[in-house]
Design a protein. Structure first.
Length: 216
């Protein structure tokens, strides 16, 4: 798949923005309940994105983009629920699992680039997206899982290399993979919800209308 880095991200974000602003945010799974804070947070992340810092971990050079790291923290802190810390811990474990599988798929393709299903750049993100949809049906949870899974996959793939390797968490190509994974997770979730709705509507369930009754 030969496309310029960032091209896929722009198109997916544009489609998501159109759906969210036209009342179809449920399909995206990222409801804009507080548009003011959403726009402020997004603007700050975009402003900080060009700031980059490089760290060394053995033979691996890790490039971190400030805007992406800030967005990951905001997404994690924005989790809501009665057991918020348990939810965050569960999502981080899910992200670690999905990221390790994602990174392993990338490593497998780097060893043997012939064995792939759709495309070497698509299969890893799609697998991660399917896993994210299995972990949670909420778009916000899926997006958070995939942000951390993308970082984990980049690090895992880098550490599995024998020679010098550069890992970039927040680059345009990295964002392309994350958005592909998120799109895959939403498609799987919507198909599952549609299938479940069809089953409930068209297949009679014997106990659905049963209730307490008195014998006469």
């Amino acid at each position: 798949m030969l496309v310029n880095a960032g091209y896929i991200s722009i198109w997916i974000m544009l489609m998501a923005f159109i759906l969210m602003t036209t009342g179809w945010s449920d399909f995206v799974g990222l409801p804009m309940k507080n548009k003011k804070w959403f726009i402020i947070a997004l603007s700050v992340c975009v402003t900080l994105q060009p700031i980059q810092e490089t760290f060394h971990l053995g033979n691996v050079q890790i490039h971190l983009y400030a805007g992406t790291i800030l967005l990951m923290l905001i997404a994690l802190l924005a989790m809501r629920g009665p057991l918020v810390w348990d939810s965050r811990g569960y999502l981080l474990i899910c992200a670690l699992l999905a990221g390790m599988i994602w990174g392993s798929v990338r490593k497998m393709y780097s060893v043997d680039p012939v064995f792939f299903l759709l495309d070497p750049l698509l299969d890893g993100p799609i697998v991660a997206g399917v896993l994210a949809s299995a972990f949670s049906s909420k778009g916000q949870h899926q997006f958070t899982v995939l942000l951390f899974a993308g970082a984990t996959a980049e690090l895992a793939h880098a550490l599995l290399q024998r020679n010098l390797y550069e890992a970039a968490i927040g680059s345009l190509q990295w964002w392309d993979s994350v958005w592909i994974a998120f799109a895959a997770s939403r498609v799987v979730s919507l198909v599952f919800l549609a299938a479940r709705a069809g089953v409930v509507r068209f297949i009679p369930i014997p106990w659905r209308n049963k209730g307490g009754s008195s014998s006469e």
